[in-house]
Design a protein around this ligand. Structure first.
Ligand code: HGY
Ligand code: MN
Ligand code: MN
Length: 414
């Protein structure tokens, strides 16, 4: 079977999608349920309709693009990713898996391949945590990791509940209906840029993901005592921002000394109140992200972070509260999917290596209801979540060909 990919069309479509953004190009900002997100969804559905595929959306906006197989009685095989983008991001994160999945299906249809199992492309809602503070909302609800209580429990940065945001975006219906049962899909494969430097550094075209790190995220709120920057002498101060600075450095240190390079921690949000140059900060809100391939080690570092917060609160006589947003297990790929990807690489004569995914993905949650594995392609300098994020068309085409072969193999009834 020879797979031909329409590379120019894929490149045009990636650029067309990138032009639907709330940021100044080449940056891409496309936050879930914003006007740009809805425009991007509509654009994608047009492309899928042109390809003759059936389209359905669920109550949270997960979009299912289906190629009916000859055995509709059998569980479908699925692929997919996301098209939402954090502020000031690039144009490949997630998009390569959605548009690459669409092209993989078109390529198989062009050569007259007839799947026994249906093949379904999924565009997941809200893979990024930007609006609701936690990522992968669509795939969490689909896999049952989040339940319908999320409708009221999740509030966006604009204070809108998930229910209000999704219904005003046109996605009504009972959130409980999003959940799909174990076995609904026979396998799930996601194509994605590596968002790390290894494949490029080693000159390898395809990464076959063995496991995905377990992500945890949290807010830490520090309440001190504000006051006049001139009138309050140093011994009387309870400066929330100085406490936050100590907290940030301690979080970094705890990740560095965890005993493994696989532990990573980031404080990506620091909101200072009142934020005036001549006023002692009274309140600071930190947003933290802690990940590890080993869930137990991650949770141990998390406990150490909480203990550090208590010590700093005591020493500085301020209030520190920690609010957990999520703490998810690492996900493991299953051999039957992973080996199908490796066979696809051999057939395409593309060098591959097994690799850990250090970003989380919708695959992290799809792994809870179906055998999962991921296909990575290199990205320049390992850069992602930045406007200069870049994957070469050659690598994208290679990833699409391997995905097409993997889907073809997994769509056999056996
Ligand atoms: O943060 C992540 O790992 C993903 O890009 N949302
Ligand atoms: Mn991302
Ligand atoms: Mn992504």
């Amino acid at each position: 079977m020879k797979i031909e990919v329409d590379a120019d069309r894929v490149a045009r479509e990636i650029d067309a999608l990138a032009a639907i953004t709330d940021a100044e190009p080449p940056a891409v900002t496309r936050v879930v349920f914003t006007e740009q997100d809805l425009r991007a969804r509509a654009w994608l559905k047009e492309r899928c309709a042109e390809a003759g595929l059936a389209i359905r959306e669920d109550a949270v906006g997960n979009t299912f693009i289906r190629w009916e197989g000859s055995r509709p009685d059998l569980a479908a095989v699925a692929t997919g990713s996301h098209i939402d983008a954090i502020p000031n991001a690039g144009k490949f994160d997630g998009v390569v898996g959605v548009l690459g999945g669409l092209e993989a299906i078109r390529a198989l249809r062009r050569i007259g391949f007839e799947p026994e199992r249906s093949i379904e492309l999924i565009q997941f809602t809200a893979e990024e945590p930007t609006r609701f503070g936690v990522g992968c909302i669509g795939s969490r609800l689909l896999a049952g990791v989040l339940g319908p209580e999320a409708d009221e429990a999740l509030r966006g940065s604009d204070e809108q509940t998930l229910r209000a945001a999704r219904t005003s975006a046109g996605f009504a219906g009972d959130l409980a209906s999003v959940r799909l049962p174990q076995g609904y899909y026979s396998a799930f494969v996601e194509l994605h840029i590596e968002q790390g430097p290894i494949l490029e550094r080693e000159g390898i075209a395809i990464g076959v993901v063995t496991n995905i790190v377990g992500p945890a995220s949290f807010f830490i709120t520090l309440e001190g005592r504000g006051g006049h920057a001139g009138g309050v002498l140093m011994p009387e101060r309870h400066d929330a921002l100085c406490a936050a600075a100590e907290m940030i450095v301690r979080i970094e240190e705890l990740a560095k000394v965890s005993g493994s390079v696989d532990t990573v921690a980031t404080v990506g949000i620091c909101e200072v109140h009142p934020g005036a140059i001549n006023s002692i900060p009274s309140r600071v809100k930190l947003g933290g992200d802690l990940r590890d391939t080993d869930g137990k080690r991650r949770d141990r570092v998390l406990a150490e972070i909480k203990a550090a917060a208590e010590r700093i609160a005591q020493q500085r006589q301020i209030q520190i509260t920690t609010q957990m947003l999520n703490a998810d297990d690492p996900a493991a790929s299953l051999p039957q999917v992973l080996e199908a990807i490796e066979r696809g690489c051999e057939e395409e004569e593309l060098r591959s290596r097994r690799i850990v995914a250090r970003a989380y993905h919708d695959s992290s949650f799809m792994a809870q209801i179906a055998p999962m594995a991921m296909i990575f392609i290199p990205c320049r300098g390992g850069v992602s979540h930045r406007p200069d994020e870049y994957a070469s068309l050659e690598h994208i085409v290679g990833g699409v060909k391997v995905l097409a072969r993997t889907l073809a193999e997994l769509s056999h009834a056996h």
